[in-house]
Ligand binder design. Structure first.
Ligand code: FES
Ligand SMILES: [Fe+2]
Length: 402
């Protein structure tokens, strides 16, 4: 029987719908855009320390093509790709004791872009002191290399996260730089093929854990998540937290707290419900406006923190066929399914999306602050102010109270 015969309304057809659009304030990463400038006021991890060698490599961050290398003195450098002399790529350069030498005419640049030699010029380049290959500052911490790509006079201190500090003698930091949640990006190009915000917003969306990770796809984490949680979201200084409460069959109350930290960071509690504070920090680093890299550092006593996500109908994500990815989708499928860039005008945010609305509002407030000449949240200029307190985790209390 036709819809009409069934008495269903004939309005709302797909024909004639308005064109779908994204909100540029949530998407743009390029220099000069309000959001690109805001993102450039923070340090972003761009690689694992052990990935940066004397072999120069191309990296793309915030839509910029750059060359990353470690000179033979152990210093890491991030330079604009095109040589300032005549524009060939420093990808073909040779790393030396104090920098990288361009292959074409041999100009030598140190990790801060200073030109040390111009071998074809009289006296090795009489004016070489004024030559500067565009460069970005780098720092290493937690086994990662962090870049600051904003105005140099506003460069903040590299933040510390208190859940990764003060390690006991048997603890160490494990890193993950090529994928997330079981999804493995190709090693040659460790890119997740969609906009970074789609993954970051997922952090503050506790209801998808019940649906996607449990009811729809079978238990990907723990059976406890099948219970629909009672949820509160709270805007705190550094971002948004949720508390998702579940009364467990043994009478205990589980408070699962997740934390989305501005601008693109998460401190997620363990998905196997190990009690205690989150022991991981995850960055969703824009490569450009259609790709990102997920980079994480976890405080561990043994390796393997990032290989626990194997629950896709008993298989690894990499073992799934296309049809199995349809039957047992996970975070990658749900987020990639939103498109390379989510089209916000198509969305219908409801009650259970309050965390996402809150996060977007906060992000736009910070973009405005930067636009008006201020410094955004989670930026500090003194080491004593540079530690971000992690409040998320899996917390159990003895008796369930409403
Ligand atoms: S193009 Fe690099 S030294 Fe000439
Ligand atoms: Fe998820």
């Amino acid at each position: 029987m036709s819809n009409e015969a069934l008495g269903r309304s004939m309005s709302g057809g797909a024909y004639g719908r308005p064109p779908a659009q994204y909100d540029p304030l949530l998407i743009d990463v390029a220099q000069g855009t309000p959001t690109g400038e805001y993102l450039r006021r923070y340090w972003h991890p761009i690689a694992g320390s052990n990935e940066v060698t004397t072999n120069p490599q191309k990296v793309r961050v915030l839509g910029e093509d750059l060359i990353l290398f470690r000179d033979k003195g152990g210093r890491v450098g991030l330079l604009y790709e095109r040589c300032m002399h005549r524009g060939t790529s420093l990808y073909y350069g040779r790393v030396e004791d104090c920098g990288i030498r361009c292959c074409y005419h041999g100009w030598l640049f140190d990790t801060a872009g200073n030109c040390l030699e111009q071998p074809c010029e009289p006296e090795n380049g009489r004016n070489r002191e004024v030559a500067r290959q565009p460069w970005y500052p780098l720092e290493e911490r937690y086994g990662l290399v962090f870049a600051y790509m904003g105005p140099l006079d506003r460069k903040p201190v590299l933040p510390r996260y208190d859940n990764l500090e003060d390690l006991a003698s048997d603890e160490f930091i494990e890193t993950e730089t090529t994928g997330f949640g079981g999804y493995v990006a190709p090693v040659a190009e460790p890119a997740v093929p969609y906009h970074w915000l789609q993954a970051w917003e997922n952090v503050i969306d506790p209801f998808h854990v019940q649906v996607l990770h449990t009811a729809f796809s079978g238990t990907q984490f723990k059976a406890e998540f099948l219970q629909m949680p009672k949820v509160e979201w709270t805007a705190i200084d550094g971002g948004v937290i949720y508390n998702a409460y579940r009364s467990l069959p043994d009478g205990r109350l589980l408070d699962r707290c997740n934390y989305a930290i501005l601008p693109n960071i998460a401190a997620t509690p363990k998905t196997d419900l190990t009690p205690g504070r989150s022991q991981v920090i995850t960055w969703h680093v824009p490569i450009d406006d259609k790709t990102m890299r997920v980079i994480s550092a976890a405080r561990v006593r043994q390796k393997g923190y990032f290989t626990e996500y194997t629950q896709h109908n008993g298989k690894l994500w990499t073992e799934l066929t296309e049809e199995e990815r349809q039957r047992y989708p996970g975070d990658f499928e749900a987020q990639f399914g939103q498109g390379r860039i989510n089209l916000h005008s198509d969305e219908h945010l409801v009650n259970s999306d309050r965390g996402i609305a809150l996060l977007r509002r906060m992000m736009k407030q910070q973009i405005k602050i930067v636009r008006e000449g201020g410094d955004p949240v989670n930026v500090a200029f003194a080491e004593k102010d540079a530690t971000i307190k992690i409040v998320s985790g899996n917390f159990f209390s003895a008796s369930a109270a409403e």
